[in-house]
Design a binder for this molecule. Structure first.
Ligand code: IMP
Ligand code: MG
Length: 186
């Protein structure tokens, strides 16, 4: 495994989920999804940009059936502060009416993002709609949401890596690391 010091991010505290653990979990999620959707005619993986890109590109390669993928870009977040305000910056292109849709995000924090997007997508009449997230911070939830496919539940840490950023940095780390918010930016 890469050592922390080979990446120039001084704000990293410690690795909390290793590359090998992520790989194993993503493989298992892919197997479950493959099984659950074996009778589905049209499966769409709908990722939220930009945090979910690493997760979705690995996950799709563990799903052994035909899939389509699409993205939405959502702003809900400023540095490490979350707000109830969620804005759609760019919408998906696929007409999801009649599709089995899996909404994919990197992490569920307060739950506002997933709740808002989930509601919006339901209005567009997919055949089914499920939620998949790599990470969840249950202690931070402010609204009730159901995560159908979850990678890992984590304590209330601010984390980076595997697509997740701290002020746009750290997305390229191959593992999930906690951030020491006192150490400042890279
Ligand atoms: P929510 O709307 O509060 O659930 O926030 C979800 C979004 O906030 C995620 O899609 C992430 O983009 C971002 N976020 C929440 N927690 C973290 C974190 O620990 N590291 C990086 N981004 C985070
Ligand atoms: Mg996000």
């Amino acid at each position: 495994m890469e050592t922390q010091s080979s990446f120039p991010y001084h704000f990293i505290d410690q690795v909390i989920i290793t590359e090998a653990d992520i790989k194993a979990r993503v493989k298992a999620l892919g197997e479950t999804i493959t099984h659950d959707y074996k009778d589905s005619e049209k499966l769409l993986l709908l990722g939220l940009l930009r945090g979910s890109i690493v997760f979705i590109t690995d996950l799709m390669r563990e799903i052994r059936r035909d899939i389509t993928m699409d993205f939405m870009s959502i702003s809900s977040y400023n540095k490490s502060e979350s707000s109830g305000f969620v804005r759609i910056d760019s919408d998906h292109k696929t007409n999801i009416r009649g599709w089995d849709v899996i909404l994919i995000d990197d992490i569920v924090d307060t739950g506002y993002t997933i709740r808002t997007v989930h509601k919006l997508l339901l209005d567009r009449e997919p055949r089914s709609l499920k939620v998949c997230a790599l990470l969840d911070k249950p202690e931070r939830h402010k609204v009730d949401i159901k995560i159908d496919y979850l990678g890992f539940s984590i304590p209330d840490y601010f984390v980076v890596g595997y697509g997740l950023d701290y002020d746009e940095k750290g997305r390229n780390l191959p593992y999930i690391a906690s951030v020491d918010l006192n150490k400042g930016k890279a």
